[in-house]
Design a protein around this ligand. Structure first.
Ligand code: SF4
Length: 352
């Protein structure tokens, strides 16, 4: 059996292609994990190098009109104290991130109607005066809104598909449609963004077959960044009593994604770190990840941005986080990216 797994991994390394059945088989193979992780680490090294790119994350509003069943920011969670930062406060935080040495600023929020396209364009333009890449993670918008942000200078957009299974998607996202999420991602692609997507691993009723289809979707889209995180049940959501996602399964998904999309940027997500506080980030970086997002939102707001519970380092100051991470990266024999860390997958596309 091991030989079969090794053959599949070799095929993935050599061709970047696996069938749906082959991906499913490897996802279910706990005893192939070490081989998979080793191969993904090697592919990562050859394809994108040893640099780990750091992103400064600003969570500027926890208000959201959507009601995703797994998320603590969902509209129906009345117990959460809501906040948003005014435009100039977001810009100040971004400037602080730049002073701390970040070459990319990630602006993340719930779907907050206060932040109209014009307000976002103002923020983006101001931040772009600092010679940094701007990534947005602000949800489903119209093509016109995406165009406005892009014209204002936004470089990247993160919008996870979470699951490509129509039934599961509908169950997890009341009032939203998978087709619209896909429309957003393809609009973003056509507008020239570096497009990030990804999945939640371990959602209730999710199967390996469904995750295999997610991975094939990432390939079909030509994703430039892929964020993967285990599902972590939040007490103030309808999924509070569900079992959470499995760390090792998430690691296998990450490794497989690296094998099949070698040039994409893959973050070591905080959700991985939440499940394994001491080693989650290191293990993800050792299984194909090459990006880490660090929160630069002030300490008093951080605890209120609870997509899921138990987020690590919620009480640390931004610079403490960063210095600890830099040490961790060096201890792994990796280097800290000094550039904006543009996705190689995206670079290749625009050169075609
Ligand atoms: S996942 Fe995003 S869109 Fe859904 S409720 Fe949470 S913040 Fe809102």
């Amino acid at each position: 059996m091991k030989q079969t797994y090794q053959e599949l991994i070799t095929k993935a390394v050599n061709t970047q292609q696996l069938t749906y059945e082959e991906i499913t088989m490897l996802l279910g193979a706990g005893d192939a994990q070490q081989m998979l992780v080793r191969a993904a680490d090697e592919v990562r090294r050859k394809a994108v190098g040893d640099d780990v790119h750091l992103r400064g994350l600003i969570e500027f509003s926890n208000r959201c009109r959507q009601n995703c069943c797994y998320c603590g920011l969902r509209r129906d969670n009345r117990g959460l104290e809501r906040y948003y930062l005014k435009e100039d406060d977001v810009i100040d935080l971004a400037q602080e991130a730049v002073r701390c040495g970040y070459r990319t600023v990630v602006l993340q929020s719930g779907e907050d109607a206060y932040f109209t396209a014009d307000r976002m364009a103002y923020i983006i333009r101001k931040i772009k005066e600092n010679d940094v890449a701007v990534t947005l993670s602000i949800g489903e918008k119209s093509r016109e809104e995406y165009r406005t942000y892009r014209e204002a200078g936004a470089n990247r957009y993160l919008l996870r598909i979470e699951t490509t299974n129509e039934k599961l998607y509908a169950k997890m996202h009341p009032g939203q449609e998978l087709a619209n999420r896909k429309r957003c991602l393809y609009d973003l692609k056509e507008l020239g963004y570096e497009v990030g997507t990804g999945s939640l691993i371990g959602l209730p009723t999710q199967t390996d077959e469904m995750i295999a289809k997610d991975i094939l979707f990432f390939k079909e889209l030509g994703a430039d960044m892929i964020g993967l995180g285990p599902f972590i049940p939040h007490d103030d959501t309808p999924l509070r009593a569900e079992a959470g996602g499995d760390f090792d399964k998430s690691l296998r998904v990450l490794a497989l994604v690296r094998l099949l999309l070698p040039y994409t940027n893959i973050p070591a997500t905080t959700a991985m770190e939440t499940l394994r506080p001491k080693e989650g980030r290191r293990l993800a970086l050792g299984a194909g990840a090459n990006v880490v997002m660090l929160n630069v939102t002030s300490r008093d707001r951080r605890g209120l941005y609870q997509l899921y519970p138990g987020k690590p380092r919620a009480k640390d100051e931004p610079m403490e986080d960063r210095l600890r991470l830099e040490e961790e990266i060096r201890a792994m024999g990796r280097t800290i990216g000094m550039t904006q860390g543009v996705s190689k997958a995206w670079q290749q596309e625009i050169n075609e």
